[in-house]
Design a protein around this ligand. Sequence first.
Ligand code: COA
Length: 185
Amino acid sequence: MFPSEGFIVIGSMQQEVMMKATSREMTRKDLPQVLAISRENMSAIIFSSWGVEYRDEDLLHILLEPTAHNEVLEREGRVVAYFSIDDRNGNLFINSIQVQKACQGRGLGRMMMARIEEHARLRDSPAIELLVQYTNRTAMEFYRRMGYRLICRQGNNYLMRRTLDPNRGPRFVGLSGSDKPLNMQ
Ligand SMILES: CC(C)(COP(=O)(O)OP(=O)(O)OC[C@H]1O[C@@H](n2cnc3c(N)ncnc32)[C@H](O)[C@@H]1OP(=O)(O)O)[C@@H](O)C(=O)NCCC(=O)NCCS
């Protein structure tokens, strides 16, 4: 569970910025809300990156993979955010992470990244990886702030990685010959 709240001081005003939410495993009942969050966030990004329409089926396919682990953040009985993770090439891989538009910028993304890191450590994963569409600059900045570094371009995506155990190093299996290293790690 992730109850959390905090405050920042802007000038003389104290403003609430963190949103309270609880985390739990996703169930099938959550799927309509989860799909709606993703569709609202990603339609324009998918179109600008790939030139195709957003399809609910693609996300459903990811969420229903037997090896996927999916969690939601809930607030007042409504799903406001979710993530989906899996193992890939020995690292933990973030398949999808989304915060409802109206709730973005209030700490929910950071909460989920902390939760994902807990999972990675429990699984003894040396690194956490994800793909982000090359047009999704805001998400790239979010990941950068969370400690992720650009590794290479893969098609219209960038591969980003956060190494958890520098002594073991991440597993580099699976990069194809067309991947372009960015030398920005
Ligand atoms: C990307 C996303 C998951 C971030 O979640 P969030 O709840 O909005 O982010 P948080 O409020 O937890 O912010 C965490 C940190 O990232 C920074 N950040 C978040 N969004 C940012 C943005 N658009 N630009 C710059 N920094 C950003 C915050 O300033 C904060 O940094 P700080 O704690 O050092 O001040 C969320 O905005 C989202 O769902 N976006 C649309 C869907 C998406 O692009 N998902 C990723 C697909 S690859």
